[in-house]
Design a protein. Structure first.
Length: 342
């Protein structure tokens, strides 16, 4: 019996002193910091082992995705596309909630232009009579006619037969009257609380159409620095001069524009002659012109000049018609505006 008790006591002391798999009370753990530290270290090591094993598992899974997806470059490219898409989405879907709808061409490709939409494009009526001419009979008609002829002299001297640069200058000037007329009619409508009869929109459509002519010609002609300076000067002078004329006499202003358009038709006809003769290369049409006038994909410079000339003939008719309304002692709002007349 004594031998049994002595053996049990020896085993207990051995387990407590060895720190093996035996039980240790909380009081003893607090009294022995080394033991507590060992427990905590064991716990941290087990957590680190779990984290590392998870990381190694994730890396293995990612490596598997890289192999299946075509390599690291494919994943980088996909992430780049997603980032760019998110940036664009953040830019378009702004605080104001304004965004451009997804617009496609008839062939299914994305619509590339912001300056005009597919419903703004049209097929020009090239069958219009190009030979029409308003014979100046009244005094103001003759003033308008002589003014335009005088303006042509310095243009002929400066540009000669460089019809690309001439067209660029012409469109810079031709886009001004519609904007001036539309703006003044708009202010008049506000002052007098009257409808414009659609003429505000008609004149602004003309200005926009002439501006698209200019955007097309700039794609074809690279103006020199002094030509750009000339454009700035001529536009500033012509805008202020035409603004004053329209305030004083709208009938004279519209008649001047009518004769300017007749000269434009003549200039574009000469342009076509040089293209046909080979003096000017018949290069492919710019993409903006193909989409705006609904031209075939293989359209050339000649096709562009033909549709622009047709547009100028329509503007000639509109402005001579507006001048005739004024010469009859009426206001533009009393006659229906030729909206959408191209």
């Amino acid at each position: 019996m004594k031998r049994f008790v002595a053996g049990s006591l020896a085993r207990g002391l051995s387990n407590r002193g060895g720190g093996g798999g035996g039980y240790m009370s909380t009081a003893e753990m607090m009294a022995r910091p080394g033991s507590m530290q060992g427990v905590m270290m064991n716990k941290q090591q087990s957590q680190q082992y779990y984290y590392c094993s998870r990381m190694m598992s994730s890396v293995a899974e990612k490596s598997k995705e890289v192999v299946n997806g075509g390599g690291v470059e494919a994943i980088k490219e996909e992430e780049k596309k997603k980032k760019n898409g998110d940036e664009m989405k953040g830019m378009v879907n702004s605080y104001w909630g304004l965004s451009r709808p997804s617009i496609k061409r008839p062939d299914g490709t994305d619509w590339p232009w912001n300056c005009f939409m597919p419903w703004d494009s049209y097929e020009a009526d090239v069958s219009i009579d190009l030979t029409k001419h308003h014979v100046p009979k009244k005094f103001l008609d003759k003033v308008a006619y002589r003014t335009v002829k005088l303006l042509r002299i310095p243009t002929d001297l400066f540009f000669k037969r460089r019809y690309g640069c001439r067209a660029m200058m012409l469109e810079t000037v031709a886009a001004v009257p519609g904007m001036v007329g539309g703006m003044l009619l708009h202010l008049r409508s506000l002052r007098k609380f009257q409808q414009s009869g659609g003429w505000i929109k008609a004149l602004l459509e003309e200005a926009e159409n002439e501006r698209m002519h200019l955007m097309t010609m700039v794609e074809l002609v690279q103006p020199k620095w002094y030509e750009r300076l000339l454009v700035l000067t001529v536009q500033g002078v012509f805008f202020n001069g035409f603004f004053g004329v329209y305030l004083l006499s709208p009938k004279l202003a519209h008649r001047i524009v009518g004769y300017l358009e007749e000269e434009a038709i003549h200039s574009y006809t000469e342009y076509l002659k040089d293209i046909d003769s080979g003096a000017i290369e018949n290069v492919p049409a710019p993409a903006i012109a193909i989409d705006y006038w609904k031209l075939p994909k293989d359209a050339t410079l000649k096709d562009v000049v033909i549709v622009i000339r047709a547009d100028e003939a329509h503007h000639r008719d509109v402005n001579h018609f507006a001048a005739d309304i004024h010469f009859q002692g009426k206001e533009l709002r009393e006659a229906p505006a030729p909206l959408g007349y191209h």
